[in-house]
Structure formats: C-alpha cells, structure tokens
Design a protein around this ligand. Structure first.
Ligand code: G3P
Ligand code: MG
Length: 246
C-alpha cells in the first residue's frame, strides 16, 4: 500500500477556522483558513433560545465574546450587540458571532468545505429541531461546497442519517470505546474523529480493516501524528493549518 508521511491537502481541517491566528468560529477565522490554503474548516453549531442556528463552541458567549449570556437566553436580535472578535485581538473588533446561515454563504464565497460539528446542549428544545435546522441551512449551500457532519452525540448523527443520508458522518470520541464498531453500525457512520492522544497503531489497523476512516483532533504539531499516517490515519483537525500544509 501507499506509504504516507502526512495528510493530503484535502485532509487538513482548520479547527474552528484558523483559530490560532483569528477568533475561533468566526468568518474571520474561516477566511484565515482559506488564506492559509486549507480546503476544509471544522465549526461548531448550536441553537439560540429562539431556534436560530449559530456557530459557537460553548453553551454561553462568555469566553469568546465581549458579552455574557447563555445561548438559550439569547435570540437573533441579540447578535447585533455581540462582538466575537475583540476578546482575541483588537484587530478583530466588531467581528460578528455568525449565524450558520452566514457561514454557509461564506463557505461558497471562500471556496471552503466544512465539517459541521453538532453540539447538543441542555437548552435545546429537541434533537429533531436541532438536526433539521442544521440540515435545512446546509441544503442551501453552494453546489461545490462539500459537507461532513460530526458529533459527540450518536443520536444526533443517527437522526441526520434519517433526514438526509448524503453526508459523511463522523463520531467524535476523546477515547475509543470498546463497542466502537456497534456504535458506528447503529448510526450508521463511516468515520471516527478521535482525540489525537488516544490514537494507536493498533486501533488504526483495526479501523482500516473495518473500512472506517479516522481523523485526529486537535493537533498543532506534525510530530504528534508523524507515526500514524502510514498506519492509515485519514486526516487532521488543527488550529494551525499552515503547519500541516507546508
Ligand atoms: O471536531 C473536533 C473537535 O472540534 C472536537 O472537540 O470541543 O473542539 O468541539 P471540540
Ligand atoms: Mg468542534
């Protein structure tokens, strides 16, 4: 088989955008990823209290904006007041907290593909509303934009498969559970996105035998993954795509 010493260009995903150099999960971070030559971004999606789909990692805006508040207590009208850039660097003052709709349209303009991570939060009214809302937005993407869906929540991936079976589905784990094959089968999902510290040659060989793709998150130093490409690691999710694209 082919001996690989690193990921192919289309297997480097910018984690929350190029979040090493721009405020995570903003259009600025996605633009920075495109400028570094990344073809894929990873982003996190959740719903506000009024059901608006937004791109943000946490259950509140506290860490990554100049405002405070839980997503469940906010609605679309509040987004105008939220600065999601200044906390990172004054160069990004006024950068919006983006809706999923805004990001989907930016993907087309920037020529990016997206790994959309569905975050399941306690304030979400239903899994169905969450998954359907995400799918409706993604269906409106530019025709050349590729999408994959990932989640720590197997039920979210399962529901997505039922409503739109066309996406690659990736199960997110920090560690591989003993029943990984059964969980993938139950969704069904083709792919595991694994915390890179839990990677092993043994697991990769089993995954290859099983026909399962494996990507590693979140590695910002190519030395961390150097021994895994030849064993079948598929891709990497990194805050700093430039280090994997050089
Ligand atoms: O998709 C990989 C990674 O984003 C999962 O963890 O917490 O950064 O969303 P987290
Ligand atoms: Mg994520």
């Amino acid at each position: 088989s082919e001996q690989r010493s690193g990921p192919s260009r289309n297997e480097v995903q910018a984690h929350r955008g190029a979040s090493a150099v721009a405020p995570e999960n903003t259009i600025a971070a996605f633009r920075a990823a495109a400028e570094q030559g990344a073809e894929w971004i990873e982003l996190d999606v959740a719903l506000l209290g009024d059901g608006t789909a937004v791109v943000i990692h946490d259950v509140s805006v506290d860490r990554c904006s100049s405002s405070k508040g839980n997503l469940g207590d906010l609605s679309a009208a509040d987004l105008d007041k939220i600065d999601a850039g200044a906390w990172f660097d004054p160069r990004f003052n006024g950068e919006p907290l983006p809706t999923l709709a805004a990001v989907v349209s930016a993907l087309g303009e920037l020529g990016l593909n997206a790994n959309v991570e569905i975050k399941q939060h306690p304030h979400h009214k239903s899994l169905d509303q969450l998954v359907k809302t995400v799918d409706e937005h993604l269906r409106a993407r530019a025709p050349q934009t590729e999408i994959m869906i990932s989640s720590f929540d197997a039920a979210a991936l399962k529901r997505m498969h039922e409503i739109n079976p066309s996406y690659e589905l990736a199960m997110l784990w920090s560690k591989v559970p003993d029943d990984w094959r059964e969980v993938l089968q139950s969704i069904p999902a083709t792919t595991v996105h694994l915390g890179y510290k839990s990677l092993s040659i043994g697991f990769l060989e089993e995954a290859v035998r099983h026909g399962t793709k494996v990507r590693a998150w979140t590695s910002n130093d190519p030395r961390e993954l150097a021994s895994f490409w030849h064993a079948g690691l598929t891709g990497v999710i990194t805050d700093d795509p430039s280090v994997y694209l050089s």
